[in-house]
Design a protein around this ligand. Structure first.
Ligand code: LMR
Ligand code: MN
Length: 448
């Protein structure tokens, strides 16, 4: 007999093996041999022949859901082979037809509409995909994983409010669903409900459920814990590192190129960009004065930091280049500074960084945080630096800015900033490509 204590019961997480879906209705069973023959072509990769075979089946048996589904699948395969969006749209349409036939088996409806939604998402047709998923959820209201798919779809569209509602519903039906928990926690965290997000992210990760082992959840759980002063943040960073999401406990960027030299603080020589650094230091007063003129004349160019990195205080930025593109309007206000930079593609061409002024006012604290990528290094040229009260920590080393001097760090490592002086602090930030990136990588990496 199997009791609660017996060894067979020791793996409660192991789900029962999935039943094979039933894809044939009563009629389709009578033409199974023909369907199997067409399917065999498809499985063998004879895609054009499979399309023709299924088309002929659909012509002869227009009411056959399984034939229609085979047609959709072979069109889908053909779209993949030919990289044809038009063919994919045809397949997406055929997947819908399957579900609209008179007597399709429930499993087939589920399979065909799920695939339809996936392919719609692939084409960026997010609204269409959501409509398909909404329909699935309506037909199969008890199926939690469909609801989770629907929630993810809303997140992909940036509709966090609808996503939150869906995951909330899932948790009402299945309070232990780890997938819904991590996502619900993730949404709370991005709504700045820091303390509230923690149990959801933590329990979701602890569940080990499929789809929960994602770097972003470790990242945001750790961040939330740090903000409430809970040191177990580093246990989660360690686990995230062990599971391959972070290069190290300190270096937690998620868009990385493997194998780049990883060090928190850099010297000018380390970077090889000594010419740029000399230019910045020799011309620091010009760079400063242009910033000051802009601060006086049109404060509007300095926009408040908007990534929710501040615990408190005022911090504004004035951007000259971002993602390797010059902001012409900005450069017209600080022409000498921009002219100085034009000769340095390692900075102006850094598609994974920015060039900007940064002004921080007294009483500001920037939470410990980590930039998105290990592909850049960040230079800080001191312009107006109060005598005391301003400092920056990167990993376990804390430094202070000096006027006319460049500090260089890799902002994919955890860093934190304090401004406790009595007047503002102004620096010039220049991101540069990590020196070990090849020209080809610099040209082809996606912008951030
Ligand atoms: C950062 O790059 O995160 C900050 O150090 C910028 C700043 O203005 O101090
Ligand atoms: Mn930063």
């Amino acid at each position: 007999m199997v009791t609660a204590e017996s060894p067979q019961e020791e793996k409660p997480k192991e789900k029962a093996k999935k039943k094979k879906p039933k894809l044939l209705n009563k009629f389709d069973k009578t033409i199974k041999a023909e369907i199997d023959a067409a399917e065999k072509l498809r499985k063998k990769g004879k895609i054009e022949e499979a399309v023709r075979a299924f088309e002929s089946l659909v012509q002869r048996y227009p009411q056959s859901p399984r034939s229609r589904y085979g047609k959709a699948q072979s069109e889908d395969d053909l779209a993949e082979k030919k990289r044809s969006n038009e063919m994919l749209l045809t397949a997406i349409n055929t997947y819908r037809e399957v579900a609209e036939l008179p007597d399709p088996p429930a499993d087939l409806v589920k399979t065909t509409l799920k695939r339809r939604a996936e392919r719609q998402q692939f084409l960026g047709r997010m609204r269409g995909a959501q409509a398909t998923l909404e329909r699935l959820v309506q037909i199969f209201p008890e199926d939690i994983s469909l609801k989770n798919d629907l929630g993810v779809g809303y997140l992909l569209m940036g509709d966090n409010k609808s996503a939150k509602k869906v995951f909330d519903e899932v948790l009402g039906m299945a309070p232990n669903d780890g997938f819904a928990k991590v996502h619900y926690g993730f949404i709370l965290k991005s709504d700045n409900e820091i303390a509230e997000s923690i149990p959801f992210l933590r329990e979701g990760l602890q569940s080990g459920d499929p789809g929960t082992d994602d770097g972003r959840f470790y990242f945001h759980l750790g961040d939330a814990l740090q903000r409430v002063g809970d040191n177990s943040a580093y246990d989660w960073y360690e686990l995230g590192h062990q599971r391959g999401h972070f290069a190290s406990v300190w270096q937690r960027s998620l868009y990385n190129v493997d194998g780049l030299k990883a060090q928190a603080w850099w010297t000018a020589r380390d970077t090889t960009y000594t010419d740029l650094i000399k230019t910045l230091e020799r011309n620091w007063k010009t760079i400063r004065d242009e910033a000051l003129s802009v601060m006086d004349a049109s404060r509007g160019l300095f926009v408040p930091e908007d990534e929710n990195l501040r615990e408190k205080g005022q911090w504004g930025q004035f951007t000259l280049w971002q993602q390797g593109k010059k902001v012409d309007k900005s450069c017209r206000s600080v022409p000498k500074t921009c002219a100085l930079l034009e000769r340095y593609p390692e900075a102006t061409g850094c598609k994974r960084g920015q060039i900007k002024y940064s002004v921080m006012h007294p009483g500001t604290h920037v939470w410990p945080h980590t930039g998105p990528t290990n592909c850049r290094l960040r230079m800080h040229l001191g312009l107006v630096i109060p005598a005391t009260g301003c400092k920056i920590r990167c990993t376990n080393q804390t430094r202070a800015w000096e006027e006319g001097k460049v500090l260089i760090f890799d902002d994919s490592f955890e860093h934190e900033v304090w401004q406790d002086a009595t007047s503002y602090r102004l620096i010039f930030i220049v991101d540069v490509w990590h020196p070990e990136l090849t020209q080809y990588q610099r040209q082809t990496l996606s912008p951030i």
